[in-house]
Design a protein around this ligand. Structure first.
Ligand code: PLP
Length: 363
């Protein structure tokens, strides 16, 4: 957990409870041992046995021909966008999508594409959203080329795309001649919450990214998967982006360890997120705008007469760390480095702090 000033501690807990993101999870001692023992080679020469094994295993669980290890989820998404498109193409994406909002404008800067934001509900698009957005092929228009989906959907509170929605949107995109990329940074969470096999979620899309650095304890590591040709082209873009790494099996070993030991326990994080949301609903005026289906809880604080910029420091002063999602929304994320007991403590403190912000009203 993140250490904060002593006077800000919640009595009886000691450390602040860090619910800012599942990216704060740290390698366990066993994961560190696996990293120390990793067999390594030069991965730019394709000679790192640990990375080669990881790439085979991830391609296999995602039901794709090939997979590629990359430095981050952003790199996996951006290499996918770059590989599917040409400069001037248009990419369709939900208005809250990570690729649109949180990747530093990289799609424009590095792939030279424009992104078009679609509405959707709780992060999920409908086939007609895509059909209506595709431009006719005429000189006036950008070439509509790619649809990006996100499952689970971060900004929509970790909501899960139903499998039928993935298939229907991918089919509509393909019929219109567009490719489909799935940002599956938290696809593991969707799989654990629903029992739908990862390969089923990935079947109808052309490429998929997954992350080991979110909620699984790995310090670094994301993957992208697709056809052998797609991955081979992405590999050459990875080199151009400066992402060719050498004895990187040390990081790959952490990802293999996470794959074998930390996926199923994500169910615990979903249970603690549900527990937190249930407690927060006690606060009069507070709203949880999206269903809580995995490990993310987005909270709307405008009904308390407060802004997110006021709520987050007030929570931090009581030892609960959250982040500002936008002007009136804050985000909590549960993960393997916080126990059920800690989340229960955080919920107690958050109910008190947020009720006080709302003028002491509590349902
Ligand atoms: C849905 C989603 N996609 C991609 C990323 C990017 O991952 P990274 O921070 O490893 O670049 C994140 C990060 O939190 C994310 O939530």
């Amino acid at each position: 957990m993140q250490r904060v000033a002593k006077e800000a501690y919640v009595p009886g807990i000691g450390d602040a409870i860090d619910l800012r993101s599942d990216t704060v999870t740290r390698p366990t001692p066993a994961m560190r041992r696996a990293m120390a023992d990793a067999e390594v080679g030069d991965d730019v020469f394709g000679e790192d046995p640990t990375i080669n094994l990881l790439q085979e295993r991830v391609a296999d669980v995602l039901g794709k021909e090939a997979a590629l290890f990359v430095a981050s989820g952003t790199m996996a998404n951006q290499l996918s966008v770059r590989t599917h498109t040409q400069p001037g193409d248009e990419v369709l994406i939900h208005e809250g999508g990570h690729v649109l909002n949180y990747e530093g404008g990289a799609a424009a800067a590095l792939a030279g594409v424009q992104l078009r934001a679609l509405r959707g509900i709780h992060g999920v698009l409908a086939p007609d959203d895509v059909r209506r957005a595709v431009w006719p092929s005429q000189d006036h228009f950008a070439r509509s080329r790619l649809v990006v989906l996100e499952n689970t959907h971060n900004r929509a509170g970790g909501t899960i795309w139903p499998l039928e929605a993935v298939t229907a949107v991918a089919t509509a995109a393909h019929e219109a001649g567009l490719a489909v990329h799935l940002d599956g940074a938290r696809l593991w969470n969707a799989h654990v919450a629903t029992g739908v096999p990862l390969a089923d979620y990935a079947r109808s899309v052309d490429s998929v990214s997954v992350c080991f650095s979110k909620g699984l304890g790995a310090p670094v590591g994301s993957m992208m998967a697709g056809t052998r040709d797609f991955i081979s082209e992405a590999r050459s873009h990875r080199k151009k982006y400066g992402g060719g790494m050498r004895q990187v099996g040390i990081l790959g070993a952490a990802c293999l360890y996470a794959l074998d030991h930390h996926i199923l326990r994500l169910a615990d994080d979903h249970a603690t997120a549900t527990l937190l949301a249930e407690r927060l609903r006690e606060v009069d005026g507070l709203e949880i705008p999206h269903p809580v289906q995995s490990n993310i809880v987005i909270v709307e604080v405008s009904g308390l007469g407060a802004t997110a910029a006021e709520a987050v420091p007030a929570l931090a002063a009581a030892g609960v760390l959250a982040v500002v999602a936008d002007a009136t929304r804050i985000r909590f994320v549960t993960h393997m480095d916080v126990s059920e007991e800690q989340v229960a403590h955080a919920a107690d403190a958050a109910v008190l702090v947020l009720s006080a912000l709302g003028g002491g009203r509590s349902a």
